[in-house]
Design a protein around this ligand. Structure first.
Ligand code: NOJ
Length: 532
């Protein structure tokens, strides 16, 4: 169970409105109380913050916005003392334009060693046309021209130049960066844009059938090297790929026995709330991971997608999950339905064999901020898409810690993004101990998952109507039933409810609810010999 912390929005210790490392350290007990095993920290490195820290200017430091390296060491020590592992983000596809290497490249000439660390090319035709037709993931072309007429590649923002991973100097630098953090005691790395590092030789145009910038075979050789590197360290350390690839088979290639340990299962995240589609996703995912001898991973929310408590409240979206941001003027999802389904989806996910990733605040049932005024948006997606894609600010809102107080306990200053009014009632001080709260549901799910070791159980499907998902966790004698239909369904009589995602009455399992069932305890019957 790995819990993602987005440092700028977790807790602000110094009142500047942005979360920081001491803020994280001071709230780690929330996570031991919740019952997770590890935290993954999104980037906290020195950065101009033009993509919220995924634009790294120095890979071996801490941005003053978030604290110091000593703060980082204290965080790791405290986490380890509490039994929590610490995974950090590494961003190898691109640096910030403020990274000294890119600054040197701008000053150097075409063909120089400095330019060879990045993907500088001459333009086409008279040089005025970009070298190829690749688009940036944030909108617009993936190429920007520099003063002497050459172009550089940036698959993301113009401030995030792509590195050339065929260059041994780049490879050596990242191995050294990994060692730097491993030597400080980190337990692993989440690898940003893991499928993007190697581009097809010659940088050919993309076509309807080919995406020469993503998932090239050469990336795997890099991760084999990284695996050898981390395996040489004592203890268990892990690598996790962020790879938005075409198929489950392609995803599984990242977790072959000599590569990474995890790769985010984004197919699960993007599967609509439909029993047939979810069953197929779960089935395929388990099979594909097993084929390479890896555990499957599960995830429903992160800092790049609409929070699942809101996403699942879109009553119109049955076939396609659209993860682009929602703003004022857009159709507003139903928050009650969204939270009900989110709790059911989480209860389903946390029963599945493998590992799961949680995103900060989902244990509080936080919805996406869908009414954030456009002028406050900070995600470059909004600007680069020509104001057509609102981007990801709505899932990055500072976390509420208390019902009262400035920024609901996040910090004493004005938070970098405003919290919507409904966050007050979702603060942990309101939910802790409240039997039906989302926080208590997560605590129960995680405790039972741990007690029954569900992460290593075997899933066997149970006969079921079309709009129901039901399976046994064979060795653990637990049955999981999720009702995605529109009418209540009967539950087996020989089983009792261990956990329900929403309280259930006597009339069966209501729609949009998941239950974990265990064998009904036999009534104690006295025999003639007085034995029980
Ligand atoms: C994926 C990260 O999760 C996202 O937040 C970031 O914008 C891109 N990679 C670029 O680094």
């Amino acid at each position: 169970m790995i819990y993602q912390i987005y440092p700028r929005s977790w807790a602000d210790s110094d009142g500047d409105g942005v979360g920081d490392l001491p803020g994280i350290t001071s709230h780690l007990d929330h996570l031991t109380d919740l019952g997770v095993d590890a935290i993954w920290l999104s980037p906290f490195y020195p950065s101009p913050q033009l993509d919220a820290g995924y634009d790294v200017a120095d890979y071996r430091g801490v941005d003053p916005l978030f604290g110091t390296l000593d703060d980082f060491d204290r965080l790791v020590d405290r986490a380890h003392a509490l039994g929590l592992r610490v995974i950090v983000d590494v961003v190898p596809n691109h640096t910030s334009a403020e990274h000294p290497w890119f600054q040197d490249a701008l000053l150097a000439e075409a063909g120089s060693r400095e330019r060879a660390r990045y993907l500088f090319r001459d333009g086409r035709d008279d040089g005025e046309t970009p070298p190829n037709n690749w688009p940036s993931r944030f909108g617009g072309p993936a190429w920007t021209r520099v003063a002497d007429g050459q172009w550089y590649l940036h698959l993301f923002d113009v401030s995030q130049p792509d590195l050339d991973w065929t260059n041994p100097e780049v490879q050596a630098e990242f191995e050294s960066i990994l060692r730097f953090w491993l030597d400080r005691g980190v337990d692993g790395f989440r690898v940003d844009v893991a499928h993007g590092l190697v581009k097809e030789a010659g940088l050919p145009d993309a076509t309807d059938e080919t995406l020469p910038m993503w998932d090239q075979p050469g990336v795997h050789e890099i991760y084999r090297g990284w695996r050898r590197l981390i395996d040489a360290y004592e203890g268990e350390r892990i690598l996790c790929a962020e790879a938005w690839v075409e198929s489950g088979e392609a995803l599984a290639r990242y977790v072959r026995v000599d590569e990474m340990h995890h790769s985010f299962n984004f197919r699960f995240l993007t599967t609509p709330w439909r029993a047939d589609l979810l069953r197929a996703t779960i089935d395929d995912s388990l099979r594909q991971a097993a084929a390479v001898g890896a555990p499957q991973t599960w995830v429903l929310s992160n800092h790049d997608v609409v929070r699942h408590a809101t996403r699942l409240g879109r009553t119109d979206a049955t076939d396609v999950v659209d993860t682009t941001g929602i703003g004022p003027g857009d159709p507003q999802p139903d928050p009650v339905l969204g939270l009900r389904r989110a709790r059911a989806a989480t209860a389903l996910m946390l029963a599945l064999p493998g590992s799961a990733y949680l995103y900060q605040g989902e244990e509080l049932g936080l919805p996406e901020a869908t009414m954030l005024p456009d002028e406050l948006r900070q995600d470059p997606t909004w600007r680069r898409s020509g104001h057509t894609d609102r981007g990801r600010d709505g899932c990055r809102i500072p976390v509420p810690w208390s019902t009262e107080g400035p920024s609901l306990g996040f910090g004493s200053g004005r938070p970098w993004l405003p919290q919507p009014p409904e966050y007050a009632d979702l603060a942990p001080d309101r939910q802790r101990g409240a039997a039906d709260s989302t926080l208590e549901l997560y605590r129960r799910l995680l405790a039972q998952r741990r007690a029954h070791r569900l992460g290593t159980a075997t899933l066997r499907w149970v006969e079921q109507p079309d709009d129901v998902i039901a399976f046994d966790l064979v060795e653990r004698d637990i049955t999981v039933v999720a009702n995605l239909g529109s009418a209540p369904i009967d539950l087996p009589h020989d089983r009792e409810v261990l956990i329900a995602s929403t309280p259930i009455g006597a009339r069966g399992l209501p729609p949009d609810t998941t239950v974990w069932l265990s064998p009904r305890a036999r009534p104690a019957v006295a025999s003639s010999h007085g034995r029980v």
